[in-house]
Design a protein around this ligand. Structure first.
Ligand SMILES: NC(=O)C1=CN([C@@H]2O[C@H](COP(=O)(O)OP(=O)(O)OC[C@H]3O[C@@H](n4cnc5c(N)ncnc54)[C@H](OP(=O)(O)O)[C@@H]3O)[C@@H](O)[C@H]2O)C=CC1
Ligand SMILES: CC(C)(CO)C(=O)C(=O)O
Length: 242
């Protein structure tokens, strides 16, 4: 599919909705490209992996910069990578977006464009639902540098432990996480599925290990949840990627 799109280094036109989609490590500098007069009372919808970006987007400094804007949580499930300037490869057919209340107009526009869209009331549940699936998949596909099918075969025990540990942290945060349901869903995902953390690591790019694995460890620590397998896997990756 080819679609015309215009790009600019700085947002100059006023917008109703601003999708915030840099990597977590680039969030603050990316926002410098979004001046307040263009944002006005727009809805800012981050689609980043992880959850700590929500606190960053709501910190007093950014509230002062965008006093009338609303930050509405979102999460996206798809497998996509850039193959060249202006070229994006979308693998498989998965393209699902969940949005918190406040982004209904965006939800309708994305649904019209053919995406699978849901608006759900619980921001915490929305963010942890994604992370409860993503963190185990991302951490172990990166550990093995192989797709999910190989992880299921070679690191099945670690996969189960990670899913259970991350679900326990999610519940401590107030999300309604069900490890058995996540594992059952994971078993249905095509064996060829890779993760963005794995692809970034393999390409030697800056990674979102902290936004994904680090965020789970910090949340576990806040609530005193024991996560030995997640800790081992994240520490191993931290050492490898340092
Ligand atoms: N790829 C995937 O399959 C999935 C990704 N995600 C999440 O979505 C988010 C984005 O990932 P992805 O699209 O893969 O990342 P990419 O690296 O492909 O794209 C990031 C975008 O952010 C822009 N950007 C980076 N730094 C700056 C900056 N300083 N100022 C302005 N713009 C900047 C890049 O601009 P430029 O084009 O100029 O480099 C690029 O358009 C991440 O949090 C990721 O985890 C979630 C689900 C799946
Ligand atoms: C969950 C998954 C693997 C696909 O949406 C993802 O978010 C990622 O690769 O970052």
């Amino acid at each position: 599919m080819t679609a015309p799109a215009s790009g600019a280094e700085l947002l100059t036109e006023p917008v109703d909705v601003c999708l915030v989609t840099p990597k977590a490590t680039r969030l603050e500098e990316a926002l410098d490209r979004v001046p307040a007069p263009a944002v006005r009372d727009a809805v800012l919808v981050p689609l980043l992996n992880g959850l700590e970006h929500m606190a960053l987007l709501r910190q007093p400094l950014l509230r002062q910069r965008y006093p009338d804007a609303r930050v509405v949580a979102g999460a996206i499930r798809l497998v996509a990578s850039r193959t060249g300037p202006g070229a994006v490869r979308h693998e498989g057919s998965l393209a699902a977006v969940q949005l918190a209340p406040g982004a209904e107009a965006l939800a309708a526009a994305l649904a019209d464009a053919g995406l699978d869209v849901a608006v759900r009331p619980d921001e915490t549940g929305l963010l942890w639902d994604k992370l409860a699936f993503l963190a185990p998949v991302a951490l172990l596909t990166t550990t093995l540098d192989a797709p999910l099918g190989a992880v299921r075969k070679q690191l099945g025990d670690d996969l189960r432990a990670l899913v259970e540990e991350v679900a326990a942290v999610a519940r401590a945060e107030g999300a309604d996480a069900d490890a058995a349901a996540t594992l059952a869903f994971m078993a249905t995902v095509p064996a060829v599925m890779t993760s963005s953390l794995q692809r970034d690591t393999a390409a030697g790019h800056e990674t979102e290990l902290e936004a994904i694995g680090g965020a789970v460890l910090r949340a576990a620590d806040r609530h005193g949840v024991d996560v030995p397998v997640t800790t081992r896997v994240v520490e191993h990756l931290r050492a490898r990627l340092a």
